[in-house]
Design a binder for this molecule. Sequence first.
Ligand code: PEP
Length: 252
Amino acid sequence: MKRRAIVAANWKMNGGLELVKTMTTGLNNLDLAENVDVIICPSAPYLSAFEHDKLGKSIHLGAQNVSEHQKGAFTGEISTTMLQELSVEFVIIGHSERRSIFAESSKQAALKVKAALAAGITPILCIGESESERVEEQTEAVLSAQLQPVIDEIGIEKFNEIVIAYEPVWAIGTGKTASPEMAQATHCFIRQFLAKANSEIANKVPLLYGGSVNAANCEKLFAQADIDGGLIGGASLKVDEFKIICSAAKGT
Ligand code: PEP
């Protein structure tokens, strides 16, 4: 099964105009394999400053969050229409920081996925277990419970239009990466879970790994059969390191 590889940068609440400038210059001569897409997700105020359209068709703009509501009295929220106006093509949904710090539920993530799809914006749906859930062998149950509400909300056919990022919470920003074998086994589980609903679609969904990916470990992670790239936090703020990670991604 042919799948494009994706490397997405999640800047979180970091960076500013200076990083936008250095990243734009740095990605100008990026050496990308065929079938690889790079997505930069800066903080919302910088979305319009990032001139991704001048960088070639493989570099895309992504947002870190979006509201499930269309418009109205939702102070501080950003709608899909606003993202559309800024030529945003992707949006991260259900990141573990949104789930844990902002108490977003899997149902809310599902509604956000639905809203993004309706606006023609590709959701990058994040799922992942905590350290205690991994230790208690609850990983598969947790991932299933995070995916099922999305399947129920949009239907499995719409998974043709989304990207999933598996991000073990214990690996995010901690320097503790899942081993390539552990990450592969979990990605394989995610694909098998989706295959119960539709095996053809399960085989096509790009599955990204996220959690302390860096220049030293990306190659082995990306070489795994069910890992189609990465969602990169800390290392995406360092232009040279991020470029190495992008160059390690290979589409099939
Ligand atoms: C993330 O925030 O999605 C992430 C994977 O962060 P880091 O790469 O820093 O672990």
